[in-house]
Design a protein around this ligand. Sequence first.
Ligand code: GLN
Length: 312
Amino acid sequence: MATDYSDLKKNLPEWVKMSRMFASKGRVADYIPHLAYAPADALGITLLPLNGDKLTAGDCDTSFTLQSISKVFTLILALMDNGEARVFEKVGMEPTGDDFNSMLKLELVEPGKPFNPLINAGAIVISSLIHGQSIAEKSARILAFIRELAGDTSLTWNEEVRRSEAQTANRNRSMAYFLKDNRILDDEVENTLEVYFRHCAIEVHCSHVARMALILANDGVDPQIGRSIIPRRYVQIAKSFMVTCGMYNASGEFAIQVGIPAKSGVSGGILALVPGKLGIGVVGPSLNDKGNSIAGVHLLRLLSERYDWSIF
Ligand code: GLN
């Protein structure tokens, strides 16, 4: 039976307008220099209901790069390629309470294994686990997977953002060398980083992200064709990580205030989902001090409170 989203449709533009005001309290990321060109006061959202028509409001035409959102999907692909046992030999299952690019715990906790696959150190190791003989083959497999989930065969990475990160990623580079030294990373550092930069730079719109989220909300089944793209168990693992680590070290606060699985990226994108109901894509490049879209989080909080979305 179709769910009635008419109230949501009516109110969405107003809520986007209210939430957009918070953008001025945040900052666009510039540690990857090319990201600084993003429109600071933009806010857009696409909601894709499982039973119902697409809803959009605000600056949905603003394109952005997946950045850390891509880590959810490289994790899933690594699980599909290697199975759980192998993946969790290399990365842990726990939140860190540290920044996404922190290397603090790599040295503090034996044997230097990243705490989870959504922090940079973990995601870099995950990139190395993607099957393929070369950088090109691994990157092509990741891109094909994301294209399938996003429902757009024309998606690709933004070459300027990729280059901008590759030229400035001293911190990720040092982490990768550290992981290599600890024999957590088996592949060559530069090859692994190149795969990582490429998937972080895949360029999308909110509607792509909403579709990727909808497939997770639907236990891995593409609702359009009724075919399973991701095994349900791996969706379960991905959603668990999204709840515990998806919003960096603001994941606890987000769980209390919004209460749905979500993953953000430093480009200001957020992928979120209401299990069994909705896939959501948000863009709002101005970030709060934890690195999450400040207006985007505000908007999701309003929506969750109003429609009682919390899974808890
Ligand atoms: N490519 C970014 C980085 O490694 C991704 C980080 C993010 O979105 N949090 O710094």
